[in-house]
Design a protein around this ligand. Structure first.
Ligand code: MN3
Length: 207
């Protein structure tokens, strides 16, 4: 039995062309993401009495995980969860690719001046990450925005469960190497074109 499953992509492998190429999407989804999931499920089978629960709850409470599989859950459960989010954070739909006036834009303006200012800082952070990992836009409990960097498949929830994840960018080489080779900056610049701002805004906590 599998505790967690991979949701189908809501768009085709070539839907994000020319910014993200079809071959990268296919390998990323069918090999990398599926691989994390299969290793994750395999590790959980060694956890006697484990019952599936929302993945966020599991990754927010690493101390509850038996030590012998904890690192595997961090790597593979993190990889499974991060990619599931990543697919939803991108869209082929032009309507959703624009951030409209609203609560998210207001928060971005408060924190970074304007949307371009935010993109610049987020991109610089993504460039500054040495090796493989992720950069995230998160919302803190006071409602304000912040940026987090994680190596490997770590996720901000693992250190701080109170953070609300809004947007994430995969900067592992497997996410861009086929099309962009070593040109991470070009990948990041192009990736902004496919961000699903409607989804990002829908993740906000509004109080
Ligand atoms: Mn990846």
């Amino acid at each position: 039995m599998e505790f967690y499953i991979q949701k189908p992509l809501s768009y085709s492998y070539d839907a994000l062309e020319p910014f993200i190429d079809a071959r990268t999407m296919e390998l990323h989804y069918t090999k990398h993401h599926a691989g994390y999931l299969s290793n994750f499920n395999r590790a959980l089978k060694e956890w006697e009495g484990f019952e599936a629960k929302p993945i966020e709850d599991l990754l927010s409470d690493l101390n509850s995980i038996p030590e012998k599989i904890r690192q595997s859950v961090i790597n593979n459960g993190g990889g499974f969860y991060n990619h599931a989010l990543f697919w939803e954070m991108m869209t082929p739909d032009d309507e959703k690719r624009h951030l409209k006036d609203g609560p998210l834009l207001s928060l971005i303006n408060d924190a970074y001046g304007d949307l371009e200012g935010f993109k610049k800082i987020f991109s610089e952070k993504a460039m500054s990450l040495f090796g493989s990992g992720w950069v995230w836009l998160v919302q803190k409990t006071d409602g304000s925005l912040d940026i987090r960097l994680n190596s490997f498949q770590n996720n901000p929830l693992m250190k701080n469960p109170s953070l609300n994840i809004l947007l994430g960018l995969d900067v592992w080489e497997h996410a861009y190497y086929l099309k962009y080779q070593n040109r991470r900056a070009e990948y990041i610049e192009n990736w902004w074109n496919v961000v699903n701002w409607e989804f990002v805004e829908s993740q906000l906590n509004l109080n």
